[in-house]
Design a protein around this ligand. Structure first.
Ligand SMILES: [Zn+2]
Ligand SMILES: [Zn+2]
Length: 371
């Protein structure tokens, strides 16, 4: 499962104003709110997804980082993860409408860690060369991410102490009450939805339970990957909270441009300059492939634009067998400077060619047209 683009989630375009984001979020939140869709897991998923997207895009800083770096830009900086925000009561969303005031601020600040939450997925963009994609490589990655604090094992409490049950909500993280037609659940303000309170925060993580660290790891990039290929490294995203599972890491491949080859799928394309004599007389010509050289027979009378196909000298097929082909497009190069001997030979050739044309009566015709 990959994370969807936040703009896509909110069904707005990338230039949406704050107000457009807000109304888009409110619309989705009302549609998918768990209070209105009891027991519907996919609605809850959509609700959380929208809350997460809005949480990031509503914050100008976060939005800027997201625009530049994608999910990776907002899931690891700032010590704040939007990986899995929970939700407040429906009144949080209707708040503005009913004049309850803007509660997004409170909601975003981390309402709701009432249960174990899965850590956020991370994205890492990796640029590799065509040669590396050809053979596959082991890439060394350095990934900043939130990891469970070892000192407190993630519960945020100082050594020798434990988080205590929140008195205000009895440990559920939510306070329910009747509001007109709705039975609403508001995130407990005392524990911010966690259900537990830390009286003496852990010195190392300040009570957050997670610490930002740079993780070094090796990832095997298989042969045949191309731009846009995504490799999922399970469990190497951010740590979960309250003992939740870690998210996944996605390595997104970008291929650097190559000076000689162009790639389309598993085929490679290159051009091959040859001389007029080679083209006219025919010749064996060597063509560079990714691994070395390959000989092709250029037959006499070959024209510019003729394409030769060298089987099996393209890219490996990702996760499959065999290789694509190499297509070589020939171009006949006109010399820009000549040695004395070359000039003499070409002049002799010109005389012969001219005579040939005169014999066929072509020269007069050409003179008629251009003369
Ligand atoms: Zn700690
Ligand atoms: Zn509470």
């Amino acid at each position: 499962m990959s994370k969807r683009d936040y703009y896509e989630v909110l069904e707005v375009n990338r230039t949406a104003t704050e107000q457009e984001l807000k109304s888009a979020y409110r619309r989705l939140a009302i549609r998918f709110h768990p209070d209105k869709n009891p027991g519907d897991a996919s609605a809850e998923e959509k609700f959380k997804e929208a809350a997460e997207a809005y949480g990031v895009l509503a914050d100008a800083n976060q939005r800027q980082r997201y625009d530049r770096f994608g999910h990776a830009g907002v899931s690891s900086g700032a010590g704040q993860s939007w990986g899995a925000p929970g939700f407040g009561g429906i009144e949080d969303i209707l708040g503005d409408l009913f004049g309850f005031g803007d509660v997004f601020g409170a909601g975003r600040a981390g309402a709701n860690r009432s249960a174990a939450q899965r850590g956020a997925d991370l994205r890492y963009d990796l640029e590799i060369t065509l040669e590396e994609a050809y053979s596959g490589i082991t890439a060394q990655l350095r990934i900043p991410r939130l990891e469970t604090c070892e000192t407190c094992k993630g519960n945020g409490a100082a050594a020798g102490t434990h988080p205590e049950n929140c008195n205000n909500c009895g440990g559920t993280g939510q306070v329910r009450y009747q509001q007109g037609f709705f039975s609403v659940a508001r995130t407990c303000q005392a524990c911010r939805g966690a259900g537990r309170v830390v009286k003496n925060p852990c010195a190392d993580c300040g009570g957050a339970g997670r610490i930002e660290r740079e993780k070094q790891m090796e990832v095997r990039i298989p042969a045949g990957v191309e731009t846009g290929s995504r490799l999922r490294v399970q469990g190497e995203g951010e740590s979960g909270t309250q003992g939740g599972p870690s998210g996944d890491l996605y390595v997104v491949i970008h291929l650097a441009e190559h000076e000689r080859f162009e790639r389309q799928g598993s085929n490679l394309y290159a051009s091959l300059p040859i001389t007029f004599a080679q083209a006219a007389l025919g010749s064996d010509v060597f063509v560079g492939t990714i691994e070395g050289e390959e000989k092709i027979k250029v037959p006499h009378g070959t024209q510019t634009g003729t394409v030769f196909r060298i089987k099996g000298k393209g890219m490996p097929v990702l996760g499959g067998r065999g290789r694509g082909d190499l297509f070589v497009s020939v171009s006949v190069v006109t010399p820009t400077s000549l040695t004395r001997e070359q000039r003499k030979l070409l002049e002799q050739l010109a005389v012969v060619e001219n005579k040939d044309l005169e014999d066929k009566g072509l020269v007069d015709k050409v003179r008629d047209i251009f003369g």
